[in-house]
Design a binder for this molecule. Structure first.
Ligand code: FEO
Length: 400
């Protein structure tokens, strides 16, 4: 069922309350998601993006109740990823000659995925497409936000920016607009989306935000491709993105560990107490990575100034849970954050050294050589772990 955005522009997407994993199994979506597709019905009828392939039949069926499919003049494909382009094959079976406006890279991604030679019309930043009634779509390429093919489109007259993935959130809702949902959940999901998807491209994002600002566009709505449409103070999310893209951190230290027989777990708890005793103002959070949602922990890393990572030594190395987590941390290219490592061992004790290497390789600034404890921590070792926690707090203070 369509929902009105403004004047002659409607949402015709899909709310996916059930979605819990995205990008295969890579990303948790605990609040579900939406695939936002938009229909502009001016003198020309324009469809902007579609929905994920499993909902193609439902989408095309619903769309055909809102508009005669052969009356669609233009399709805008802002991004080729399957959650937005997945209904194109079914739709294009019915309207095979309808022009698809997209970036040059989107031609590659759409052809690469669907192996169809549709009527592609390549657009670049600044190109305009008249939709009638004096309104135009202006295209803005958004390469690496978050694919090379990504693009946004701006509807003049109504001042709506169709931003695709940028400014989105995996947040199923029927309110449609940002003023109709729980603000805490909204901002958390927006931050999680940024931390887990957008952060590696922060330098490009900073340049793109400057470029969009230089266009002096009046933006009344930001219609993303996931989650709510920003209509109440839409620039609030643009300001947040500028903040988040500038090596964001809060006054938080996050401890992430895995443990075999609870020795490293005991160290984690004690180190956290030590940090807290040295700095009562800092937020300290502790996660066993095997019992936590990895993408939520990534969001905590994103907001932290320091991370403390623990693993016992196993086979002269570290547990694969922590190795996998640090692999993801490295991919996401966090910058200007400090780190330290800890862990128990029984024999050779290579774990902390391995953690140090991985942390440095992921771009973190080591503020301590790390804390190793042979066998289970007793009273003396716990005192040392507590002191180590105090040093982490103080080390961070010195590094600021
Ligand atoms: Fe929501 Fe990059 O697709």
């Amino acid at each position: 069922m369509k929902k009105l955005l403004k004047n002659n522009t409607y949402w015709v997407g899909k709310v996916d309350w059930e979605l819990r994993r995205f990008h295969g199994d890579e990303l948790s979506t605990n609040s579900g998601s939406t695939y936002n597709s938009y229909l502009v019905k001016e003198e020309k009828t324009v469809l902007i993006d579609t929905v994920w392939a499993p909902y193609a039949k439902e989408f095309v069926g619903n769309l055909s109740e809102e508009v005669r499919l052969d009356s669609i003049d233009y399709i805008i494909a802002n991004h080729g990823e399957v959650d937005h382009s997945g209904s194109l094959p079914l739709l294009m079976e019915q309207i095979p000659d309808t022009p698809i406006y997209c970036s040059a890279n989107a031609v590659k991604s759409l052809k690469g995925q669907y192996h169809r030679d549709w009527n592609f019309n390549v657009v670049k930043t600044g190109d305009r497409l008249s939709v009638g009634n004096g309104k135009e779509l202006i295209f803005v390429e958004m390469p690496m936000l978050h694919w090379p093919d990504s693009m946004a489109a701006y509807l003049t007259g109504d001042n709506i920016l169709f931003s695709n993935d940028a400014f989105g959130q995996h947040y199923a809702n029927i309110a449609l607009f940002n003023d109709g949902v729980d603000q805490n959940v909204l901002m958390y999901e927006a931050m999680k989306y940024f931390a887990n998807i957008i952060n590696p491209f922060s330098p490009m994002l900073r340049r793109k935000l400057d470029e969009i600002a230089s266009l002096n566009l009046q933006i009344d709505m930001i219609a993303t491709s996931h989650g709510v449409i920003w209509r109440d103070d839409p620039m609030q999310i643009v300001k947040k993105y500028a903040e988040w893209a500038a090596d964001y951190q809060e006054d938080q230290i996050t401890v992430v560990y895995d443990t075999m027989w609870n020795g490293t777990r005991t160290l984690a708890d004690t180190i956290a107490e030590g940090i807290r005793s040295a700095d009562p103002k800092v937020a300290v959070k502790v996660f066993n990575i095997t019992k936590s949602d990895v993408n939520d922990v990534i969001t905590e890393v994103f907001r932290s100034k320091t991370v403390v990572i623990g693993s016992p030594t196993i086979s002269r190395s570290i547990l694969h849970s922590i190795a996998g987590f640090l692999h993801l941390v490295k991919e996401l290219k966090f910058r200007n954050k400090s780190a330290a490592a800890f862990g128990c061992y029984g024999w050779s004790g290579e774990g902390v050294g391995e953690l140090n290497k991985l942390l440095q390789d992921a771009g973190f600034r080591l503020i301590d050589p790390g804390f190793r404890n042979m066998w289970n921590p007793d009273g003396d070792a716990l005192d040392k772990a507590h002191e180590f926690g105090k040093k982490i707090a103080a080390g961070q203070a010195a590094a600021q």
